[in-house]
Design a protein around this ligand. Structure first.
Ligand code: ATP
Length: 246
């Protein structure tokens, strides 16, 4: 199996404080890799390092087999991403936002805009202004923008944060469609265990900057479920976070 993203002993420190420590990860072609961890665990920082938005303190990242350096940007043509929240010109229509993106990114795929909107289920509302969109529609528009160039890899940072149940289901269905029908490799972070469990093939569990485990979902299913597995790793089996009282 081809490894699309290889992360080898990656660390990041700010002012001497290490927030990502010696992380090694492998994301295989065509899989959904669920990056699971509590708030502040270091998920966004690792994603930013993959996208060359943050410089590692040490370690190596290889994308499609090629090591990336501070000055490498060519590889980014293979990656679509949303880090934190997708930002749009709210007074412009969905389609005009995507056209503008193509213009300033210099991409030659403007003809793929209708297709990208269709894939995410926003055909029919493309001439609506973005401020009329729900949060879930904005997330899907963000994904449409990320896939205009038909990237091999999609990186999504907490795409279901703040969404209502319908919005969450829409994103779940979309991720599975992008994997199954379009062969995309997807790295998706979340702190919502059930959602990661329902889409991911491989799970990377991170806490306090350290990758505690990288494991196939099929292996977890053999012995328990992701919630039990996660709690065991994070709190030594207890369902409750320890407080001063207990
Ligand atoms: N530029 C920075 N300078 C100093 N500390 C930072 C910086 N960026 C992130 N951190 C700290 O690094 C830690 C990890 O943050 P990060 O955003 O990567 O976590 P996360 O797992 O994505 O969490 P969340 O789900 O809350 O976004 C946090 O304690 C955060 O405050």
């Amino acid at each position: 199996m081809d490894t699309m993203i290889e992360i080898d002993r990656l660390s990041k420190a700010y002012k001497g404080e290490e927030i990502v420590s010696d992380v090694t990860m492998h994301i295989e072609k065509g899989e959904i890799y669920g990056f699971l961890g509590p708030n502040g665990a270091g998920k966004t920082t690792i994603m930013k390092m993959i996208l060359n938005l943050v410089k590692p303190t040490s370690g190596e990242i290889r994308i499609l087999g090629q090591p990336i350096s501070h000055s490498s940007y060519q590889y980014l043509e293979h990656i679509g991403s949303i880090i934190e929240y997708p930002v749009f010109y709210e007074r412009l229509t969905a389609i005009d936002n995507l056209k503008l993106h193509c213009k300033y990114m210099g991409c030659s795929n403007e003809e793929r805009i209708p297709e990208a909107l269709r894939i995410v289920g926003l055909n029919g509302v493309e001439h609506k202004k973005v401020h009329e969109f729900s949060l879930g529609m904005k997330q899907r528009l963000g994904i449409a923008r990320a896939i205009i160039t038909n990237p091999a890899i999609l990186i999504l940072d907490e795409p279901i944060n703040g969404l209502d149940p319908v919005g969450i289901i829409d994103i779940r269905v979309l991720l599975l469609k992008l994997k199954n029908e379009y062969g995309m490799t997807i790295l998706v972070s979340s702190h919502i265990v059930s959602e990661i469990e329902s889409v991911a093939d491989t799970i990377g569990i991170i806490n306090q900057g350290k990758l505690l485990k990288e494991v196939k979902m099929s292996e977890i299913r053999e012995e328990s479920n992701l919630e039990e597995y996660f709690l065991k790793l994070i709190h030594g089996g207890s369902r409750h976070v320890k407080t001063d009282q207990n």
